[in-house]
Write a protein that binds this ligand. Structure first.
Ligand code: FAD
Ligand code: SF4
Length: 521
């Protein structure tokens, strides 16, 4: 697909793998003095051990993006790993390009990750080259306005932020009031799937993108990856496929999105996808704009009587609320956020996070889904793997690396506050006012994993007791000084205090036994 590049370009513009926004104002009229560079870089493929489908998906979507730009008449230089392997850093690569094309200007889009942003800001190019960055024109809250909503080191609350975004964007509003009289329909949502509902789960829309060439490149350049390798990638790698997935979501999944948002099952081929949109990769690579996604969902609600307000509000909240909120937390707290460890957690991540070989059915399902698909739905990430790491006191750095590597949609700006903040409470409460901690009962209430588990969810202690039950109370006892005055946790400490010394000791002994043998659970 390489284009003849015979021009003296004045301007070199770098597009990163998560900046593939064809609607960016840079791509209006083609300009023959501008060379757009899209490059597969070893540093990006190996800054953490990624899932192989994740690297394939990013490289595939970058190639398709470069082709789309070329078809529109833009001059594009696509560099594969083979082309960039000789450069030991992004700086040497970009310096070589600036010199080769004798450009006067180097432009880049503001990166979303602190690591890359710093690298580009500090980039030392030849003195005659002027450097500038511009907005990626993707997010709904401009970067420059984040500090109006978020203060470094201060807790922020999603619900307040979400309401301001609903008003700002005028979505699902009746003048200044929320449509339907309420901001939040959580009470109607979040049901368990009955066996009949499990049988009706839709088959996910999957694509068949050939990535065998990319896989060979990864092997040639010894990029170490994890997860199931496939020559055919089921994820969307261009705008058309992303639009098709969005339409599929609106037509097939949206009518049940909120209802089963927190449900879990092990009893269906679609147990990994349920009614979730699986749009996070397309959104995070920026082939889809968040406003086009919420507008499509709202249009489905207006036109399809099967889609009610509770479902669409639940979905809109994820995109204009949670997604933008998480980004605000990230940018207002970096770089300190990346080392927060408020609960002083230091334990190693057990080996089964890389194999799925554990007798805990809930973890086994969440981990194997992740290894197979480079995807797990939100409640698996938060209340299964995340909850386990929280209760077991796993080192947040190890948890971050696992989440950042394994998920197709994982980029630090969105992974970090979700993992350190929402799942691990390692930020001391900047994201959530209390830890999302749960024992086995929650997993049982929301799904059917416990029915086929080696452990008994009914037991707190004794042979075969569900590990989460004792670990839950152990966690609460360990952090009593920090949490007992939290008014949302008072009842829980009341229950713990009423248990009596003997029961408490038995529960703590059980948990300590599990923590000592954590690798064998
Ligand atoms: P759906 O359930 O269909 O939700 C729709 C969209 O809402 C998602 O595509 C996503 O863009 C947005 N969204 C929902 N919740 C969140 C949230 N908490 N933060 C940001 N966006 C949200 N999301 C990522 O995109 N990348 C990550 O690396 C990531 N890591 C996570 C780690 C943990 C520990 C947790 C608890 C959550 C994480 N999330 C992450 C958020 C969320 O789990 C995923 O966005 C979601 O599972 C993606 O699947 P989906 O597209 O089917 O989402
Ligand atoms: Fe998970 Fe416990 Fe249920 Fe097993 S019994 S699936 S470990 S919650």
């Amino acid at each position: 697909m390489q284009q003849a590049l015979n021009h003296q370009y004045r301007r070199l513009r770098l597009i990163l793998g998560d900046q593939l926004n064809l609607e960016h104002s840079w791509f209006g009229e083609p300009d023959a003095s501008v060379l757009i560079v899209v490059a597969e870089l070893k540093q990006e493929a190996s800054y953490v051990r990624h899932h192989v489908q994740k690297v394939c998906a990013f490289f595939a979507v970058m190639e398709q993006f470069a082709q789309a730009l070329q078809q529109q008449g833009h001059h594009v230089l696509y560099q594969t790993l083979d082309d960039t392997a000789e450069y030991d850093s992004l700086e040497t690569f970009l310096t070589a390009l600036c010199m080769r094309f004798e450009v006067e200007y180097f432009d880049y889009l503001q990166p979303d990750e602190y690591r890359v942003s710093k690298q580009l800001r500090e980039l030392a190019l030849p003195a005659e080259v002027q450097k500038q960055s511009v907005d990626s024109e993707h997010f709904l809250l401009p970067l420059t306005e984040i500090d109006r909503h978020f203060t470094t080191g201060k807790p922020a609350r999603m619900e307040t932020f979400y309401r301001s975004m609903r008003r700002r964007l005028n979505l699902l509003m009746d003048d200044d009031e929320p449509e339907g009289g309420r901001w939040n329909f959580d009470q109607e949502n979040r049901k368990k799937l009955s066996p009949a509902a499990v049988a009706e789960l839709p088959k996910p829309l999957l694509f068949s993108n050939d990535v065998s060439d990319i896989l060979q490149r990864l092997k040639r350049h010894q990029i170490a990856c994890i997860g199931r390798e496939q020559n055919v990638l089921p994820w969307p790698v261009n705008r058309e496929q992303a639009d098709a997935l969005l339409q599929f979501f609106c037509q097939v999944c949206l009518s049940n999105f909120g209802t089963y948002q927190d449900a879990m099952t092990a009893n269906s081929e679609s147990d990994w996808s349920l009614y979730h949109s699986r749009l996070s990769f397309a959104l995070n690579a920026k082939i889809l704009h968040p406003l086009s996604v919420v507008n499509a969902a709202i249009a489905a609600y207006r036109n399809d009587p099967e889609v009610n307000l509770a479902q669409v509000e639940g979905f809109v909240r994820q995109i204009i609320g949670w997604r933008e909120f998480i980004r605000g937390i990230y940018w207002s707290n970096m770089p300190e956020y990346a080392v927060h460890n408020a609960l002083s957690a230091t334990r190693q991540l057990p080996e089964y996070f890389w194999t799925g070989k554990t007798r805990m059915r809930c973890l086994e399902k969440a981990i194997t889904n992740s290894l197979d698909h480079s995807y797990a739905h939100h409640i698996q990430r938060l209340m299964v793997t995340g909850n386990f790491c929280l209760l077991a006191g796993i080192d947040p750095a190890a948890v971050d690396d696992w989440y950042l590597g394994i998920y197709l949609d994982a980029l630090q700006w969105v992974e970090l506050p979700n993992t350190r903040g929402m799942a691990l409470y390692a930020d001391g409460g900047l994201v959530g006012s209390k830890p999302y901690a749960a024992g086995g009962n929650y997993i049982k209430k929301m799904g059917d994993y416990c029915e086929s588990c080696h452990y008994s969810v009914k037991q707190r202690t004794g042979e075969g007791a569900c590990p989460l039950n004792s670990l839950y109370w152990h966690f609460m006892a360990q952090h009593k000084d920090r949490f007992q005055s939290n008014h949302r946790m008072r009842m829980l400490y009341g229950t713990w205090n009423k248990m009596g010394d003997e029961t408490q000791r038995a529960v703590l002994d059980q948990a300590e036994h599990y923590l000592k043998t954590i690798g064998q659970l």
